[in-house]
Design a protein around this ligand. Structure first.
Ligand code: CA
Length: 240
């Protein structure tokens, strides 16, 4: 059993999943790693739990009775920004999960090896702590984009009020690129910096998030802020 002391410092994870065996398995594995978990088996009760209590992370299934994962995420985001890892089948909905800006911080495709999920969760919390610890209070800019690291916001030019609304991942991705202006940044590097994943992880997620980011920061009729370097990665630099 966990000691009381451990219990009190445990990160709390809410699992919203209607496949009971999977939910129980994931819960047991997470608790074995020292996390505290709670399971809800439909979208409505999951949303209610997530809204009324404070969790450090939510594992959210996409296909759920009563309210699906998209709807749970959308409604939750109106209330609070508890991080979400979406769990979805590897099919056409995967691209919707990625392509729609539903406010999920990450996604994992089913069926997944439990080790993969645990690695994601660990990476997630490591990134959280790391990210806050290394941040310095200064601004970084490229063209008219300015990152305010103190407030973790991005705005254009001098209009500090014109904040571009980015998710946590999009912000971290942009920050990493802007800290390396002029240098090509590989997908592998971005995956390790932004997602905290180990080497060898799939890097497709980077392309998906670059697409989101461009949708938000780019201005119609102008070159994208972020250039693709085929086969390598991405770079923010002026075209010569
Ligand atoms: Ca399901």
């Amino acid at each position: 059993f966990l000691t009381k002391e451990n219990d009190m410092t445990s990160k709390k994870i809410l699992i919203i999943e209607d496949e009971k065996n999977l939910a129980r398995f994931v819960s047991l594995e997470l608790e074995h790693e020292g996390y505290a978990t709670e399971i809800k088996d439909n979208g409505r009760s999951g949303l209610e739990e997530a809204t009324s209590k404070d969790y450090d992370l939510i594992l959210l299934d996409l296909m759920l009775p009563e309210l699906d994962g998209f709807e749970v995420a959308r409604r939750l985001r109106k209330e609070k920004d508890t991080p979400i890892i979406m769990m979805t089948a590897r099919d056409s909905t995967m691209d919707r999960v990625a392509g729609l800006d539903i406010g999920a911080d990450d996604y994992i495709t089913k069926p997944f090896a439990i080790e993969e999920l645990l690695a994601r969760v660990r990476a997630f919390f490591r990134r959280e702590e790391h990210g806050h610890a290394v941040e310095r209070a200064e601004n970084t800019s490229f063209r008219d984009l300015v990152i305010d690291k103190t407030n973790r916001t991005v705005h254009r030019g001098k209009k500090v009020s014109a904040v571009i609304d980015l998710t946590r991942r999009e912000y971290d991705l942009l920050l990493t690129l802007m800290q390396n202006v002029g240098d090509v940044v590989t997908r592998e590097y971005l995956v390790s910096q932004v997602w905290g994943y180990e080497e060898g992880t799939e890097t497709n997620v980077v392309d998906v998030y670059i697409r989101y980011l461009r949708n938000k920061i780019d201005v119609e009729g102008q070159d994208s802020y972020i250039q693709t370097v085929r086969g390598l990665g991405y770079v923010m630099r002026e075209r010569k």
